[in-house]
Design a protein around this ligand. Structure first.
Ligand code: MN
Length: 233
């Protein structure tokens, strides 16, 4: 029997409770797609990263706190949320190592923002103040419904996965890509012109989305198919 791929999940952090945690949806989405989800430890010890990656088949960079604006050479505006230096450091190590190995990677929400910031792009630190629009990006629950549409760009992996030009997505973010990193290409655009999904050409599977498939995979086939594509890769 073919073994199921092990998919490493970057832990979520609750500083107030001094705890690491995981939204069940990330794990359930991977399980529903036929993979085995594994929550990673928070480690800034560089030698642990290759040990971890040797035992994993793919990574998911999960949602979470704002990325430190220092990655793109800015100081935080008042509306910028808290960042977690330990997580930024660990994800930097993980990302470098995953790219080096060409390991399949899926970024979700903060994951997309983190990739863009680290790879040389910039972020809107706060959409309501820096990119006001009529599109609601910070929806109220329930999060398994679609809040706005995105236009899926042709000739991208997302279009190959979905086979359609529009997708309804949920939206829970107050930051977004401003200038795109040179190594990334857009895959989906919101009606107010934000890049809501990216990929890196030349890699086996390097995709990131601004929305939250972990909230919607049970209702939205497009969300489940993202997890399935990662497992297949
Ligand atoms: Mn959005």
């Amino acid at each position: 029997m073919k073994k199921k791929p092990w998919i490493g999940l970057v832990p979520l952090i609750d500083p107030e409770r001094e705890s690491l945690w995981m939204l069940p949806g990330y794990m359930e989405g991977v399980l529903a797609a036929g993979g085995i989800p594994v929550m990673l430890p928070l480690t800034e010890e560089n030698t642990n990263i290759p040990e971890l990656l040797d035992r994993l088949d793919a990574l998911i960079f999960t949602g979470g706190h704002d990325v430190s604006p220092s990655f793109y050479g800015e100081t935080p505006v008042p509306e910028c949320g808290r960042s977690i230096p330990e997580r930024d450091t660990m994800e930097r190590l993980l990302l470098d190592a995953a790219l080096e190995r060409d390991m399949p990677v899926l970024g979700i929400c903060r994951g997309l923002q983190f990739f863009n910031a680290v790879l040389g792009g910039t972020l809107y630190q706060d959409l309501p103040t820096q990119h006001p629009s009529g599109v609601e990006h910070e929806m109220k629950p329930p999060f398994d419904r679609s809040e706005h549409e995105v236009e899926v760009l042709e000739n991208t992996p997302l279009y190959d996965i979905l086979g359609k030009k529009t997708l309804g997505v949920n939206s829970r973010h107050h930051q977004a890509i401003k200038e795109l990193a040179p190594s990334l290409k857009p895959m989906a655009l919101s009606p107010d012109g934000l890049i809501e999904a990216v990929w890196m050409p030349g890699k086996r599977f390097f995709l990131a989305v601004q929305w939250h498939p972990e909230h919607s995979f049970q209702k939205n086939e497009g969300s489940l198919s993202l997890f399935q594509a990662l497992v297949k890769a």
